[in-house]
Design a protein. Structure first.
Length: 228
């Protein structure tokens, strides 16, 4: 079976997270054998993860992944900039990755700073980007979701036009270890939030009357729920 098949990848990630939550241990393969094989044969990650730099979030551990399994890009607030997109272009264009997960998390310091309106130095690029996409939202977890969905949109609009990929949003709970793949959260146009970057949030295609989905992903054909 295709290692890069999106349905298979999503199930691998979900099962990896269940294993992590059950065991509380890092169960990815980081053995000498895996290390040597990856060195000799090159890397073949089955998914890319855009994650916050927060030290409580370890993407490989969260998904029980080992050496060579995940292509991880990290920044405070899991923001998407040119470096993020360039890194993803490499993963998708040169390594065959077809699933990109943007994973925010609970208790995110970057989100908290954005909600307080505090920033200094270079962090202004992070905080202002988050503030632009969360609008008037004051709840930290909802703000994290909005920030993740904005990153999903940016990646989708940039890469999905050129590559057959899916981009999924997720929130990691730093307390219980679970990963929630994002559902459609904004059921009516009256809840549309103003101002995600240069375009309004309704470009996320959050439509009225759409059923709750187990997770939402963007492919070249538009928003879709890939698993029942
Ligand atoms: Zn964070």
């Amino acid at each position: 079976m295709d290692r890069y098949d999106p349905d298979r990848v999503m199930e691998t990630l979900k099962e990896g997270n269940r294993r992590y939550v059950r065991s509380g241990a890092f169960s990815g393969d980081v053995s000498h054998t895996a290390r040597v094989r990856a060195a000799d044969e090159g890397q073949h990650p089955f998914a890319a993860v855009v994650s916050c730099s927060d030290s409580r979030v370890i993407p490989e551990a969260v998904f029980s992944a080992g050496i060579g399994d995940l292509f991880v890009i990290r920044s405070a607030g899991n923001i998407v900039d040119g470096c993020t997109l360039g890194s993803l272009e490499y993963a998708v264009g040169h390594m065959g990755v077809r699933v990109v997960v943007v994973m925010g998390h609970t208790c995110c310091g970057a989100i908290a700073e954005a909600l307080k309106g505090l920033h200094e130095g270079h962090s202004i690029e992070i905080i202002d980007g988050i503030r632009a996409c969360i609008g008037g939202e004051r709840d930290p977890v909802e703000a994290s979701r909005l920030n993740v969905l904005n990153s999903v949109r940016l990646i989708s609009e940039d890469l999905s036009a050129r590559h057959d990929i899916v981009v999924a949003g997720a929130i990691y709970d730093v307390r219980d270890g679970t990963v929630e793949f994002l559902e459609e959260r904004f059921p009516s146009s009256s809840h549309e939030r103003p101002g995600i970057g240069p375009r309004p949030l309704h470009s996320l295609a959050l439509r009225a009357g759409t059923a709750i989905r187990p997770w939402l992903a963007w492919s070249r054909d538009g928003w879709a729920s890939l698993t029942a």
